[in-house]
Design a protein around this ligand. Structure first.
Ligand SMILES: Cc1cc2nc3c(=O)[nH]c(=O)nc-3n(C[C@H](O)[C@H](O)[C@H](O)COP(=O)(O)OP(=O)(O)OC[C@H]3O[C@@H](n4cnc5c(N)ncnc54)[C@H](O)[C@@H]3O)c2cc1C
Length: 476
């Protein structure tokens, strides 16, 4: 893996000291926290964000930066037909219809306004493409570091402040009403009082222990995401009786280089979506490679040692695109992450697959593609319902060691449509809000690409606005 990325404090409205008392206290310096902070500041409240690590950005700055929006300028420029109704339908379908529909509706209702709000603060989006769970292309790429910098800077102009190295340990209550937090900083414990607290501490994709408890099926998966993402907010909310949703649906993502490697940015590649096949260590296919990458992740974890290979040829390599990390095959070759050979026999020898098996697998795949015969694994297209299968027959041949990585956990506390955290009986925990990856219910049993960055911005903004309406104990 590459060095831990993160946004240093230079040029941001950072305070060296912890405040005593604030209006809205936001925990976590990723996108959900940034959006909540700015929204609370725009509502006129003294808002402060506490970040546990030495830099800002969490998983947000490690991400591919894709947001799922519809009705945007970029979709119009590319002539893409899409609608809020289609977005809603896709969200419910990918979520297996077990999503919290109120949160799906909230996303749909607020997404365009939030997109315009982000653009108004200087966020820019690039060329849109289609991805998992989307009936129409709606993945809007952006530079997440620039996005966070823009939001923090705008919040700073309104008086908001950021504090680094502030590891929040507990939420303080008076009765069941939240009154602040207990923070550790520079080896000392301190209380910070607040009229409202917004949990935006991300998921637990870096916490092996929590994953073992809630997602034992991920035991052999690699872990990615922000270095501070250990489920702290979830634990603190659970202590106050917060309800939980979507925990049984934690999934990994296929395509990561299944060993520590300096060239791995955490996203992996999906050569399978451009025509590669996936084989296990014996050299046998094990899945319809066109299915969503989370489902590929499950299939790969079920293989012996959970290590598989994506095998492809020069035709797939020619589709390499260095602007889309999951399709940057040439970049992987430059980083020394691909095995290369002039024949499938040679490639098989390098990979150490069972004698003759990879050769038979590729020959059978090619014969069926050319002959138009059905695929034994049911593959019809390259990805989803798009693209025709192509034979793997043009040297050189390539293979990437590929496995499954937990990038995000997409599950967590129950909330209402004001992002108030609800307890196990469905009652709000007074003055406690949540946004971003630690919110449960929205995704349901599956995940549409771009909806985690999308939800962090949309729900973060809702949470900040709502938290700002809490009655203030502050005396100015
Ligand atoms: C490689 C990768 C690619 C991805 N690509 C996409 C994509 O293209 N589109 C998409 O929608 N999603 C994507 N995701 C998921 C997405 O990035 C995250 O779900 C989202 O950014 C979460 O935002 P957040 O603000 O909730 O949390 P984060 O950005 O993780 O921020 C949480 C912050 O809280 C801090 N924190 C934790 N505990 C404490 C504490 N006790 N006290 C104070 N601070 C604390 C953390 O250090 C962290 O900085 C990707 C994830 C990864 C890892």
């Amino acid at each position: 893996m590459r060095e831990e990325p993160g946004i240093p404090p230079t040029g941001l409205p950072v305070d060296e000291e912890l405040p005593e008392r604030v209006g809205v206290l936001v925990l976590g310096g990723g996108l959900a926290g940034a959006a909540a902070l700015l929204a609370a500041a725009e509502a006129g409240r003294y808002a402060v964000l506490l970040e546990k690590t030495a830099s800002f950005g969490g998983s947000t700055v490690r991400s591919a930066g894709l947001s799922a929006f519809v009705g945007t300028d970029e979709q119009a420029e590319q002539g893409i037909a899409d609608s809020v109704e289609l977005l809603r339908k896709d969200l419910l379908e990918t979520g297996g219809h077990v999503n919290d529909e109120a949160l799906v509706d909230l996303y749909c209702d607020e997404q365009l306004d939030t997109y315009r709000w982000l653009k108004g603060h200087g966020v820019r989006y690039g060329h849109i493409h289609a991805a998992s769970g989307q009936s129409a292309p709606r993945s809007h790429p952006t530079d997440t570091t620039a996005m966070l910098r823009a939001l923090f800077t705008a919040a700073g102009r309104l008086g908001a402040r950021l504090v680094l190295g502030a590891d929040v340990k507990r939420i303080r209550t008076d009765g069941n009403r939240v009154i602040g937090v207990l923070v550790e900083r520079d080896g000392e414990s301190r209380e910070v009082l607040a009229d409202a607290v917004v949990l935006a501490t991300g998921g637990f994709s870096r916490d092996r222990q929590m994953l073992e408890r809630f997602a034992p099926q991920m035991a052999q998966a690699l872990l990615a995401g922000g270095e501070g993402n250990h489920g702290d907010g979830l634990r603190m909310a659970m202590k106050l009786g917060a309800g939980l949703r979507d925990l049984p649906h934690i999934k990994g993502t296929y395509g990561i280089y299944h060993e520590a490697h300096h060239g791995e940015d955490g996203t992996g590649i999906l050569a399978v979506y451009k025509g590669a096949i996936a084989v296990n260590r014996s050299g046998r296919r094990f899945v319809d490679e066109s299915i969503p990458y989370k489902a590929l992740g499950d299939a790969s974890l079920a293989q012996p040692t959970a290590r598989t290979w994506q095998v492809f040829d020069a035709t797939v390599m020619a589709a390499s695109n260095d602007e889309v990390p999951i399709y940057d095959f040439a970049g992987r070759q430059r980083a020394g992450m691909l095995e290369v050979a002039q024949t499938i026999e040679e490639l098989a020898a390098t990979l150490g697959t069972d004698p003759g098996v990879l050769e038979d697998t590729v020959a059978d795949y090619n014969a069926r593609v050319v002959g138009g015969e059905p695929d034994p694994w049911g593959r019809v297209h390259l990805v989803g319902g798009v693209g025709e299968r192509i034979p793997i027959d043009t040297p050189p041949f390539y293979a990437q060691l590929s496995g499954t990585v937990v990038l995000a956990t997409y599950c967590g506390v129950t909330v209402d449509t004001s992002m108030r955290v609800l307890d196990v009986f469905g009652d709000p925990i007074p003055r406690l809000y949540a946004a971003g990856e630690l919110v449960g219910g929205f995704h349901g049993a599956g995940y549409m690409t771009g909806t985690s960055i999308g939800k962090s911005a949309i729900f973060g903004r809702v949470a900040g606005r709502a938290a700002a309406t809490e009655e203030s104990d502050l005396e100015w």
